[in-house]
Design a protein around this ligand. Structure first.
Ligand SMILES: O=C(O)CCC(=O)C(=O)O
Length: 254
């Protein structure tokens, strides 16, 4: 990986696509586990796993996937991910994995509405560079598990919007952002790192194929679990997790 090239493209666009970073057997395993979870009633879900958004026939949002299986922990701590998260968090280790989720779109016409944007348009998120160092207070890694083509309603962003000086003059429906919204062609095995300051969401699903992605959110280390959508590590999980995971998820409180 050429870090000079990474810095330039990440700063220019707000994202960078990592090709072939996850092996196909891990992708297969993750799909299988989530397929089983998706079928469950909310009351039958494993401990501290939730449908963060009420279960419906259009989309599923599965909170706290790290607690589901070690494969989700493996993704969270891939060396290339941690290297780049460090790089864009002020080139420091002052970051944590704030939460991780699975998102499944079940059918035609489903989409993720566009959201986020840089300060002052969103009060939670900021992005800046200083003396050649990138600082993104929240950075995500998106991992497509299946069907992420444009026709499937694949992940989409407005390149450069993390530095936009104007409020987006369109609503949050991807159909109404066609002049600036771009589909990112990442396949299962690839991953996309992007600053949360980037306006992002998805295209509209036209293929009627189920689309599944994982989303890992890394924040500065002092930012607590969001708790919204039940995004919170259980005390039990924190206590039992390996030193590596403990370090990755721990909150800096003093
Ligand atoms: O891929 C998608 O449908 C949207 C993902 C997303 O919005 C996120 O990871 O924050």
């Amino acid at each position: 990986m050429n870090l000079k090239e990474f810095d330039y493209l990440f700063d220019l666009n707000g994202y960078y696509i990592l090709k072939n970073v996850i092996n196909s057997s891990d992708i297969k395993k993750a799909n299988k586990i989530l397929e089983i979870i998706e079928e469950k009633k909310p009351s039958d879900l494993p401990k501290n796993i939730f449908f963060g958004k009420k279960k419906n026939n259009r989309e599923l949002y599965i909170s706290n996937i790290l607690q589901l299986d070690k494969v989700f922990e493996k993704f969270a701590s891939l060396p290339i991910f941690l290297k780049l998260i460090k790089r864009v968090t002020g080139n420091s280790n002052f970051f944590r994995l704030n939460h991780a989720v699975g998102m499944t779109k079940l059918k035609k016409d489903a989409y993720t509405y566009l959201h986020m944007g840089n300060l002052p348009h969103h009060p939670k998120i900021f992005y800046f560079t200083k003396n050649g160092i990138i600082f993104s207070n929240i950075t995500k890694i998106l991992i497509p598990l299946c069907n992420n083509k444009d026709i499937d309603g694949g992940f989409a962003v407005i390149p450069g919007s993390h530095k936009s000086n104007f409020v987006r003059p369109f609503d949050n429906n991807p159909k109404n952002n066609k002049s600036c919204l771009v589909h990112l062609d990442a396949k299962p095995g690839d991953a996309i790192i992007f600053t949360e300051a980037l306006a992002h969401g998805s295209l509209v699903n036209k293929s009627n194929k189920l689309r599944r992605v994982l989303s890992y959110m890394y924040s500065v280390k002092y930012m607590p679990d969001w708790t919204k959508l039940n995004l919170k590590y259980s005390d039990d999980y924190i206590k039992k997790s390996s030193p590596k995971i403990k370090k990755l998820i721990s909150l800096k409180v003093d």
